[in-house]
Design a protein around this ligand. Structure first.
Ligand code: SAM
Length: 434
């Protein structure tokens, strides 16, 4: 008779969406298990202080458990929380934010903001899909990486991509298989908008004439626009059709059109971005007399809406290409009260920050590493209000500690936005005042 397999009681979900349990004082992180569940498991990595495991059987189920919608769930590394009901995902993400603020930052928001959410499916307008010729799988694979390996998942659809793009996957696999350079195309980059769907094909060797004919015919049949990338991001050029509508997103509430290149950072979730924008603007509340700074401004996603309401806005960003784009976007929208600067904000010091002059308010939207050096450099003349948009609650919490415990700010409010449903990614927004 088989011995009874050991079980675990799942206590919580960690920031990667794994169930957390303890056994003999050691933490065990369990893929596919939810808070409150009892599971049998199989360990796939053992370390001195923790273990990683896969849930095998769910003996007691969480009421939040649902059947994953996607047939590739569990193998594909794109989503990790499809087995959890979307509203429970939102509650779990809010908990991650509160826990990070409390444990890392030792701070508590005076108010929790209601979570921002949008459609649970078809939300991903930007994606990088890997392409790989795998003879033993009978052809070319197009998709995200597998969850626990660098293999490309064998996908025929993807429910977080817009349905029309998901439906393209089998056709893309078939068409790429016919290209002479099918083993020299490592990736496709997607930028989907209402007006045009752009696919950028990274090719390591030049296309043959027959390849170009295949690409053109594919674009005509499936109504996409191809761009080609022969080397780094600055080599990306439109290929076919050349008369396609301009690649741009819009912010109708602020009467803004924002053109971009497929290599440039834009927010992935086009339904949630305008709601996030509205929330950021409500919190920042720009006034016609105010001078405001937008830190990590990218192509001006927040700078230009602020400029519609404030006296002056300075946008600061590390990428000179994005700063050039932000300037063009201001011009294009008839906005003349902005100024943009290229600065490495991970290195900015107090003197450099003070030299920018007085700002009434500041918006910060940094990458995952956060804005430690920037918040540390705030001096006596610091803005009285800071709105912080974050894609990583642990660095937000670390920076919040500096703002609250060293710089005299109060954490007035914080909340999450479910920018990436079915992933463990937590996007959040916080407002500080002094
Ligand atoms: C989360 S994005 C936000 C962009 C913009 N606010 C938006 O909503 O589209 C973070 C931005 O930080 C920029 N960045 C990354 N490292 C930086 C650094 N060391 N100094 C300044 N900007 C940096 C990136 O180029 C990117 O545009």
């Amino acid at each position: 008779m088989n011995p009874t397999p050991p079980t675990l009681d799942i206590e919580s979900l960690n920031h990667e969406g794994r169930g957390v349990a303890h056994r003999d004082g050691k933490a065990i992180f369990v893929d596919g298990a939810l808070t409150g569940e009892t599971v049998t498991y199989s360990v796939y990595r053992k370390k001195d202080t923790f273990e990683m495991a896969q849930a095998v059987r769910i003996l007691r189920e969480s009421p939040a458990r649902v059947k994953p919608r996607c047939k590739h769930f569990g193998v594909c590394g794109g989503c990790s929380l499809q087995h959890m009901e979307p509203s429970a995902q939102i509650a779990a993400k809010q908990r991650v934010l509160e826990d990070n603020l409390a444990h890392i930052g030792k701070v508590r928001p005076e108010t929790m903001l209601s979570p921002i959410h949008g459609p649970a499916w078809g939300y991903r307008s930007r994606a990088r899909l890997s392409v790989r010729l795998v003879e033993k799988k009978g052809g070319v694979l197009v998709g995200f990486h597998e969850r626990k390996s660098s293999f490309v998942a064998e996908m025929t659809s993807c429910d977080v991509l817009p349905p029309r793009i998901s439906a393209l996957i089998p056709h893309l696999r078939e068409m790429i298989m016919q290209l002479s350079i099918r083993d020299q195309l490592p990736q496709l980059e997607l930028a989907a908008t209402d007006a045009v769907d752009v696919l950028v094909i990274r090719h390591m060797v030049p296309l043959a004439e027959a390849d170009e004919i295949l690409l053109r015919s594919f674009a005509d049949t499936h109504r996409i626009q191809w761009w080609l990338q022969s080397k780094g991001p600055d080599t990306i050029v439109p290929f076919y059709p050349l008369d396609a509508p301009e690649l741009a997103y819009t912010l109708p509430e602020f009467n803004l059109v924002m053109p971009f290149r497929p290599s440039e950072f834009t927010q992935v979730n086009t339904a949630v971005n305008p709601v996030m924008m509205r929330r950021a603007m409500q919190l920042l509340d720009p006034q016609p007399t105010e001078r405001i700074v937008d830190m990590f401004c990218g192509l001006g996603n927040f700078t230009l809406p602020i400029a519609r309401r404030a006296k002056q806005v300075v946008g600061i960003e590390g990428s000179k290409e994005l700063v050039a784009r932000a300037r063009q976007n201001a011009e294009r929208n008839g906005i003349h009260n902005t100024e943009f600067r290229v600065e490495n904000l991970f290195e900015i010091g107090a003197e450099q920050l003070a030299a920018l002059g007085h700002f009434d308010k500041m918006l910060i939207d940094p990458p995952r590493d956060g804005a430690f050096k920037l918040v540390e450099s705030l001096g006596d003349d610091a803005p009285r209000r800071i709105v912080y948009v974050s894609c990583n609650p642990s660095t937000l919490a670390r920076d919040a500690a500096v703002l609250v415990h060293d710089k005299g700010y109060r954490l007035r409010a914080a909340g999450i936005a479910n920018m990436f449903p079915h992933t463990a990614h937590v996007e959040s927004i916080a407002v500080f005042e002094r």
